[in-house]
Design a protein around this ligand. Structure first.
Ligand SMILES: C[S@@+](CC[C@H](N)C(=O)[O-])C[C@H]1O[C@@H](n2cnc3c(N)ncnc32)[C@H](O)[C@@H]1O
Length: 211
């Protein structure tokens, strides 16, 4: 099953549509690092983060692979697209967010392409905030099934746990400086997803050559 199919399942859409608030950790990191201006909300889904960003004045554009998820967001600036191949010109955004481990739905190759693309569409000194479920030494990297928070049921959906050090290396390769990396519950007591790492990175103004 593809990621798009997985996120077209009405049960999955209903689970995500029920959530309306930012995580406390997202709020802390957004306030700490985001700049005023346009924000690309990658994997925006049913618009949990999009509507919060809009209310806080960060001018979001919601992008998602799944038409069905985006339709539920009811947000005017929505784009159906792939986070690994962004339909925007360089320097289009001050901030980018890929929340709730959305990056883990991309294959390792596409994760690298996504980080490169985010670097391209951010302005110099723009901020990229995202989360991953990093792989532990005893875990396999590729999962066919996930349990979406709010359900006890397993749903078929590709999920790739990256090594955190590889993601940090990719960020450096594509011109980012890492500002924050830490487990979700390091900043605020959120115990429901302790394996989740929050990462904030700044796109340096001097860019390394990209291959
Ligand atoms: C875990 S859900 C999170 C949804 C939303 N950000 C939230 O926090 O409620 C992951 C979202 O990422 C989207 N997604 C996965 N791979 C994607 C890709 N390559 N490009 C764009 N969106 C993608 C899925 O369709 C899904 O809506």
């Amino acid at each position: 099953m593809s990621v798009r199919e997985a996120y077209s399942n009405p049960e999955v859409i209903a689970l995500y549509a029920a959530r309306k608030k930012l995580w406390a950790t997202e709020e802390i990191l957004i306030r700490r690092y985001f700049r005023r201006g346009r924000t690309l909300d990658l994997g925006a889904g049913t618009g949990r983060t999009t509507h919060c960003l809009e209310r806080a004045g960060y001018q979001p554009v919601a992008l998602d692979l799944s038409n069905a998820m985006l339709a539920q967001a009811h947000f005017p600036r929505s784009v159906i697209g792939n986070a690994a191949q962004l339909p925007f010109i360089p320097g289009s955004f001050e901030n980018a967010l890929f929340s709730y481990n959305g990056l883990c739905h991309l294959t390792p190759h596409l994760q690298a392409m996504c980080i490169r693309e985010v670097s391209r569409v951010l302005v110099p000194n723009g901020i990229f905030l995202f989360t991953i479920e990093q792989r532990k030494w005893y875990q396999q990297g590729i999962l066919d099934w996930v349990i979406h928070a709010g359900s006890s049921q397993q749903f078929r959906c590709p999920f790739y746990r990256p090594w955190q050090k590889e993601i940090l290396a990719l960020l450096r390769q594509y011109g980012f400086r890492v500002l924050f990396v830490g487990p979700r519950d390091q900043l605020a007591p959120e115990k429901d997803y302790p394996d989740c790492s929050m990462i904030a990175a700044l796109r340096e103004s001097a860019q390394p050559p990209q291959s």
